[in-house]
Design a protein around this ligand. Structure first.
Ligand SMILES: *[C@@H]1O[C@H](CO)[C@@H](O)[C@H](O)[C@H]1NC(C)=O
Ligand SMILES: *[C@@H]1O[C@H](CO)[C@@H](O)[C@H](O)[C@H]1NC(C)=O
Ligand SMILES: *[C@@H]1O[C@H](CO)[C@@H](O)[C@H](O)[C@H]1NC(C)=O
Ligand SMILES: *[C@@H]1O[C@H](CO)[C@@H](O)[C@H](O)[C@H]1NC(C)=O
Ligand SMILES: *[C@@H]1O[C@H](CO)[C@@H](O)[C@H](O)[C@H]1NC(C)=O
Ligand SMILES: *[C@@H]1O[C@H](CO)[C@@H](O)[C@H](O)[C@H]1NC(C)=O
Ligand SMILES: *[C@@H]1O[C@H](CO)[C@@H](O)[C@H](O)[C@H]1NC(C)=O
Length: 530
């Protein structure tokens, strides 16, 4: 009878998302982005600094990254309160992560491993990587513990206890860690022929920037080899996430001496769009210099590749090597002879992020080819125009406010330290009165900085709106590139330009270090390199 009641209660459709712990190389809005272009030696150092700061020091995982109350049990639990706990159940995984984050408050978590069965049917073992919040420890630490789990009457799970340090022995990586990955590769890699039905249509790219491969030439006969990544959870994530993943793929292709087959269409995350929605179909060339990438690296457009591949297959050509597990390292693929290696990524985050290929053992072998990326010439033209309007003689100040200034828990002094009066007294000793200053900021209301006008000539990105308005060259050119459809000057372009103009300043004052003693990533998380 109790069973029947439970069935009735469970007559709801349970939609669940498997959002697992996420390591996000995420940037806050308007953080200085890595900058790629300028060949000026003067800023080379600065550029590296930013790369390290914005990309290599993620803030770690927080409760927000873990879905709070995913319920996937429902029907399955009916009459099974005494059944063994399935450690692979996502609900159990989430619960364990949540309890861990709540229990160990003095550390930052970077990655949780999937739980595995412990010693008996009510225990699960889970491993994670972490760094202490205090201090500047560079290395990640590992822990794995044993969790005792029970079921509550309402079918949900409950953590009864968490074991001591390093008790979750079953979650510990086996010593010969990648031996296992290799076996997996062996069983999951097959010679497969792709079915013509799923091949994407050839993308027509009109712009002269694209070196369209001469179709008469056989792409596959002269020993050329290719690497392609398909699927994955990277789409529509932040631009830093996109780059971190793309550069991993490019790094692997370079390591394997293969041409990377690339999708030139980007999904722009909602954080940069006016619509506040993720927007598909953004052209790589809006943001980056494709010609530069093609000159320095070996890449090919996906649509055209598949078109040629299909022709090749029709003629009896073959040689597709499929890899479905990111733990198969690039080193393991070095001896693969097949024409095409296809890495396929699944649906479950974060295991389906491209950049995971470059983690672990691969980290020291695969180098991200940052030099292949530079910003789009069109954006750099705007940067040059802005600089020349200030006679290329200005100092710059980067003022981070926005959400961070409001979060006094993590950034207790930021709001005060970046207030106009604090700025004035700080700049007093650093920048001569009467100078032009360019203020790169995420503060939307620029009249906030009005008090500075008494002493300096202040300039903001939006003072130069005409450089991308409807009568601008940029507007014309991008519209043409975009097959006649107007292109929005979006949030990422703004950050790109703002950053580059900032870097052209003679004296550059940064928020963190220069203006406030608060740490960039919040309290006690100052990057060790600064
Ligand atoms: C950036 O990080 C790399 C690797 O950790 C290090 O070798 C390099 O010196 C760092 N660059 C700067 C400017 O700190
Ligand atoms: C989580 O629980 C809260 C309140 O208990 C509820 O409002 C919210 O919709 C739940 N979220 C999910 C994803 O079930
Ligand atoms: C499983 O082991 C844990 C701790 O080792 C213990 O607390 C629990 O009672 C055991 N459960 C069963 C069903 O044996
Ligand atoms: C696994 O790889 C070995 C050589 O590395 C090969 O001899 C064996 O046949 C492969 N097994 C399968 C199932 O493909
Ligand atoms: C790639 O090419 C270089 C130079 O030709 C060679 O030294 C290297 O071993 C090659 N790497 C792989 C994985 O084939
Ligand atoms: C902008 O800031 C100024 C000065 O802080 C303030 O007087 C004004 O009301 C603000 N405007 C808006 C739209 O918030
Ligand atoms: C764009 O800027 C130019 C130069 O300031 C100006 O003449 C023109 O009216 C602006 N166009 C629009 C549509 O705002």
């Amino acid at each position: 009878m109790a069973n029947l009641t439970c069935v009735l209660f469970a007559l709801a459709i349970l939609i669940f998302t498997l959002i697992t712990a996420i390591y996000k190389p995420e940037e806050d809005p308007h953080l200085l982005q890595p900058t790629f272009t300028s060949s000026e030696h003067a800023i080379a150092k600065t550029r590296e600094d930013y790369l390290n700061l914005t990309l290599l020091t993620p803030t770690g995982l927080s409760l927000d990254d873990v879905a709070s109350n995913v319920s996937t049990s429902g029907l399955e639990c009916v009459g099974s309160w005494d059944q063994p706990i399935d450690c692979t159940n996502p609900e159990v995984f989430h619960l364990m992560m949540r309890v861990t984050i709540e229990t160990f408050k003095d550390v930052h978590f970077y990655k949780f491993g999937k739980p595995v069965r412990g010693t008996n049917s009510s225990t699960c073992d889970m491993a994670w990587r972490y760094r202490p919040k205090e201090g500047n420890a560079d290395a990640f630490n590992k822990d794995y513990r044993r969790f005792v789990i029970s079921r509550k009457e309402d079918c949900s799970f409950n953590v009864v206890g968490v074991g001591e340090y390093h008790t979750g022995l079953n979650a510990r990586k086996p010593k010969k860690g990648y031996q296992r990955g290799f076996e997996k590769m062996n069983s999951s890699s097959k010679q497969v022929k792709s079915s013509a039905g799923v091949l994407p249509v050839v993308g027509g790219i009109a712009d002269g920037e694209l070196h369209v491969v001469n179709s008469n030439k056989d792409l596959f006969s002269d020993g050329k080899k290719y690497l392609v990544y398909t699927g994955g959870g990277d789409r529509c994530k932040s631009m830093n996430h996109y780059l971190w993943s793309l550069l991993c793929a490019l790094g692997e292709a370079r390591y394997l001496n293969r041409t990377f087959v690339m999708d030139f269409s980007i999904c722009l995350s909602s954080k940069y769009t006016a619509s506040k929605q993720d927007e598909e179909g953004k052209d790589f060339r809006f943001y980056f210099d494709l010609k530069h990438l093609m000159e320095l690296g070996s890449v090919m457009e996906e649509g055209q590749f598949w078109f040629e591949w299909e022709k090749w297959e029709r003629r009896g050509g073959q040689g597709l090597y499929l890899v479905e597990d990111f733990r198969v390292t690039p080193m393991k693929l070095a001896d693969v002879k097949d024409v095409l290696i296809m890495r396929k990524f699944g649906l479950v985050e974060p295991d389906n992020y491209w950049y995971r290929v470059c983690e672990g053992e691969a980290e020291s072998v695969i180098h991200r080819p940052w030099h292949m990326l530079s910003k789009s010439r069109r954006l750099m033209d705007i940067v040059s125009s802005i600089a020349s309007r200030m006679n290329s003689d200005f100092d710059s100040v980067h003022v981070v406010r926005g959400e961070r200034a409001k979060n006094t828990e993590l950034w207790p002094n930021l709001a005060a330290d970046t207030s106009p009066n604090a700025l004035l007294s700080l700049l007093q000793n650093k920048i001569e009165e009467g100078r032009d200053i360019y203020i790169a900021t995420n503060e939307p209301n620029t009249s906030f900085f009005d008090p500075l006008m008494d002493k300096y000539g202040t300039h903001f990105l939006d003072d130069y709106k005409d450089l991308w308005n409807e009568s601008s060259v940029w507007y014309e050119v991008t519209k043409k590139l975009n097959k006649g459809i107007t292109v929005e000057f979006d949030g990422y372009m703004r950050i790109s330009v703002d950053t580059e103009v900032f870097l052209k300043g003679k004296k550059r004052i940064e928020t963190f270090n220069d203006l406030t003693s608060d740490c960039k990533e919040g309290i006690n998380v100052c990057p060790s390199i600064s």
